[in-house]
Design a protein around this ligand. Sequence first.
Ligand code: SF4
Ligand code: SF4
Length: 160
Amino acid sequence: MLNEQTILNKVKTSPGYPSKERFFKGPVAVIECPEEIPCNPCEEACPFGAIKVGEPITNLPMLIEDKCIGCGKCIANCPGLAIFLVNLNYSKDEATISIPYEFIPLPDVGEEVDVLNREGKFVCKGKVIKVNKGEDHTWVITVSIPKEFFEVARNIKPLK
Ligand code: SF4
Ligand code: SF4
């Protein structure tokens, strides 16, 4: 199994990962889909034309970062649960990360949760600030976290 750093290096060099400059401009989709799989619902899901797969369908999804307004609509439309939303401008010290979530029970707004990395290892504590219904059985959970963890925080574990 790949470790966190190896996965992070791979997604950061894929065309779905925003530039550092774009992260600092406000909420932005982070597409972590670095394998050439035949899949493209993300392209249709974005109402702003900010995701391109094109032909062949095995192209890696590309984020056209200047077109992304950070609406989050693409998150629950990805069957691979591979799209996140990061907002580095949430507050002076905190960022938010919005993640696709398919477990029950759902966490409540205001609840403290453990925030995990891509390997499922503990990263930091977070606070749930939004719980939104997405597509079918996929929900989108938004948590606030200390800003320095925005690149590794990618899952949550409710404490109750
Ligand atoms: S966050 Fe919204 S604008 Fe950005 S890629 Fe996703 S659907 Fe498109
Ligand atoms: S929908 Fe998800 S899994 Fe499919 S190509 Fe887009 S990002 Fe990858």
